[in-house]
Design a protein around this ligand. Structure first.
Ligand SMILES: [Zn+2]
Length: 290
């Protein structure tokens, strides 16, 4: 029998409070992001000191950011007055994207959960309507978002994969697993193209959690990413080396990743391209599917 555990991640309560305040008092669109979004989408719960459980991240439309901070403060969140003990006072710990604003839930460190806000344009400019108004129980494969309280769209918890749907909390809007994976792949490739081959560690740390047998190459992705994702999923790599494997796949194969306007490949071509990509990394043993 499984040990008794809290049905929701610790930071889920803060995310639900923030979503409630933004929707009810400001009608401000938002999206859950970061570690919590990955867990909700079925990602693994790997320990990583740079992605703690006592924080949650939201994406806000750039033009709404200031108002979002005001609304959240009027709803009870605390502005950081650069407290000496604030772990974000020198920026976000680790190789991460710096937030555009942050708020606290408590004056006391041991009870505090931090809410990090990011301008949408810095992360995922094109969301295909994921932040727009929509029904609470969206149906259909083309709907890009889901709600944290919906057991029909949130992947079930499976050992260390996924958090399962959040029970008894205000529904929080988040990206579906395939859309989140595409968004993270977009971030990785954009970094690589614009920052001289440097990829932000945060993208890799989030993306490796989505590499799982539960999300095989058949996961619904745009043609551009099918071979790359199949290659990501094709090797059994120790947890500590997964980010390196992912970085190598992108860096050594960037020129072989199809452009968005290229024609769709059939399954055999995708498998061949994925195999080729893996052969250009140092992780060529212990094949999983190829
Ligand atoms: Zn602070």
């Amino acid at each position: 029998m499984e040990p008794l555990r809290d049905p929701n991640p610790k930071a889920a309560h803060t995310a639900a409070m923030a979503a409630h305040i933004l929707e009810s008092f400001g009608r401000i669109p938002y999206l859950l992001w970061g570690h919590l979004a990955v867990r909700l989408a079925g990602g693994r719960d790997l320990s990583n000191p740079h992605l703690p459980d006592n924080e949650c991240s939201f994406i806000i439309v750039d033009a709404d950011l200031k108002r979002a901070v005001q609304v959240l403060m009027s709803g009870g969140f605390l502005q950081c007055t650069v407290r000496w003990q604030c772990r974000y006072r020198l920026g976000v710990p680790g190789a991460r994207l710096t937030h555009d604003a942050h708020l606290h839930t408590s004056e006391r460190e041991e009870h505090d959960t931090c809410l990090l806000l990011y301008n949408q344009s810095r992360i995922i400019p094109d969301l295909n309507g994921a932040m727009g108004p929509g029904p609470r129980s969206p149906h259909g494969p083309l709907v890009p978002y889901m709600f944290s309280s919906d057991p029909n769209t949130v992947p079930p918890r499976d050992e260390d994969r996924g958090s399962g749907y959040w029970r008894g909390l205000w529904p929080v809007r988040a990206l579906k697993p395939n859309v989140l994976t595409v968004a993270l792949l977009d971030c990785v490739l954009r970094d690589y193209a614009t920052q001289g081959g440097q990829i932000l560690g945060e993208w890799l740390a989030l993306l490796v959690r989505m590499i799982e047998p539960a999300y095989p190459p058949t996961m619904r992705l745009p043609p551009r990413y099918r071979a790359l994702w199949r290659a990501c999923n094709s090797r059994v790599v120790d947890d500590e080396w997964q980010a390196t494997f992912l970085a190598q796949l992108v860096c050594r194969n960037y020129e072989y990743i199809p452009r968005p306007d290229e024609e769709e490949e059939n399954d055999d071509d995708v498998a061949r391209r994925a195999n080729f990509m893996v052969s250009r990394t140092q992780f060529v043993n212990d094949g999983r599917w190829l």
